[in-house]
Design a protein around this ligand. Structure first.
Ligand code: AMP
Length: 411
């Protein structure tokens, strides 16, 4: 919940009374970030999910700006009829004091009734197919429509509505304010944003605003040197509780062991561990008895710890949503946080997707200065044949690698 109230966000007192009558007294975070920008006339792109209060985030400021004059001034495009109904109900509820009319249009039912409704409405909420149908038949006039809301843009894209949306927008004036909402920000959504929004303000609640400030960096490093770099960074940068994400269980074991061998207080957490062990590790992490947790995405689902200062991506996931989930473990509750990617050639493809989603937000740190730091770590797990490890066991070398192999041999 926000610290501000609707009055501070610039909402009219009549509308505030209307909201209060429906038990809406404090804005949600999406509303706090979105409403003032909309009232200022900005185009916005908001990352938000159903349940975040996004509907009021766009409905309330547009209600305040619309005039009662029987011309369509707000168009909301949404992927499903259920959403269209829900949104139109909210518009109706909160615009009673101005006597605004809202029409809801979707396919599968007769068009005539809907055509009548849109003729007398200031607000139209609909699904793309039916909207386009009404427009093509000249039953809907958008000449005076100054607000376009694209709701659930990611779903609209996934459902293949891009051409319909393109066609609908051609019926609108060029001069208009556009607001786009999406649960996920992927490359398709960004493309849509670039096409339809004019210099939009981006509100990424999932990973920045709700949680304070997130700094994102990447190091370009050969995969051979990744573990050395991780050890080096964990030993040199000031960090609190830290999460290291790996893509596989095996990698979590390898990384956690390497860190431990180098004196870093780390543990692995993966789906191979019993529930009891996982809970124990989590408890110790929460108590700061373990500093670095090396986890897979699945195992990390159970982590509800607010004070994580650093998130490392030892490997990169192959979709930006997972990356967003990972880095969202830090910079929570107004605190700052740092996300670091250890990028090697096998991550390049995944990095392209993530860079697109986080355009200009992830800075490279040059690794030259770390080139010479080679921290001794053991060989990757499972590479040695038992015979070789047995032979090595007999040599009493003090190196980390051989100590590791000795232990393995005993098991
Ligand atoms: P939405 O994310 O727009 O689907 O909204 C989810 C639910 O939260 C709806 O039932 C809204 O009526 C409710 N809601 C939205 N904003 C607020 C608020 N500021 N205070 C209380 N409830 C809200």
């Amino acid at each position: 919940m926000s610290m501000k109230d609707f009055k501070e966000l610039g909402i009219s007192s009549k509308l505030i009374t209307e909201l209060e009558q429906h038990g809406i007294v404090k804005p949600t975070l999406v509303q706090e970030k979105t409403i003032p920008l909309v009232l200022k006339g900005k185009d916005v792109m908001v990352q938000s999910e159903t349940g975040s209060g996004k509907t009021i985030g766009f409905a309330v400021p547009t209600i305040d700006m619309v005039k009662k004059e029987g011309k369509v001034q707000v168009l909301v495009i949404t992927p499903t009829r259920e959403l269209a109904k829900q949104i139109s109900e909210e518009y109706e509820k909160f615009s009673k004091f101005k006597d605004l009319k809202t029409a809801v249009v979707y396919g599968g039912v007769s068009i005539n009734n809907q055509a009548q409704q849109v003729r007398i409405s200031e607000i139209v909420v609909g699904t793309p197919g039916r909207l386009l149908d009404l427009l093509n038949r000249r039953l809907l006039n958008l000449t005076y429509c100054s607000f376009l809301v694209i709701d659930e843009a990611d779903r609209l894209m996934d459902m293949g509505f891009i051409d319909d949306i393109n066609a609908i927008i051609k019926f609108m004036p060029v001069q208009k304010q556009s607001l786009m909402f999406s649960a996920t920000i992927n490359s398709k959504v960004l493309k849509l944003m670039e096409t339809f929004l004019n210099n939009p303000v981006k509100i990424m609640l999932e990973n920045i605003i709700k949680r304070g400030v997130l700094k994102q960096y990447y190091y370009n490093v050969s995969s051979r040197d990744k573990i050395s770099l991780l050890v080096h960074l964990l030993k040199t940068i000031k960090h609190g509780l830290t999460l290291v994400f790996c893509n596989t269980k095996r990698q979590t074991r390898f990384v956690a062991k390497a860190l431990k061998k180098n004196g870093i207080n780390a543990e692995a957490m993966n789906g191979d561990m019993t529930q009891f062990m996982r809970e124990k590790v989590l408890r110790l992490f929460g108590l700061e008895k373990i500093e670095v947790l090396v986890a897979t995405d699945v195992a990390a689902r159970g982590i509800h710890i607010e004070d994580i200062t650093h998130v490392f991506n030892y490997d990169l996931p192959d979709d930006e949503e997972t990356y967003t989930h990972r880095v969202g473990r830090t910079a929570r509750n107004g605190k700052t946080g740092t996300a670091i990617i250890l990028l090697s050639d096998r991550d390049f493809q995944n990095m392209d997707k993530i860079k697109k989603a986080y355009r200009g937000m992830i800075d490279e740190v040059k690794t030259e200065e770390y080139e010479r730091i080679k921290i001794p770590v053991m060989k990757r797990e499972g590479r040695m044949s038992p015979r070789r490890s047995f032979n090595r066991r007999d040599k009493s070398s003090g190196s980390i690698a051989s100590r590791h192999l000795r232990r393995r041999g005993r098991r």
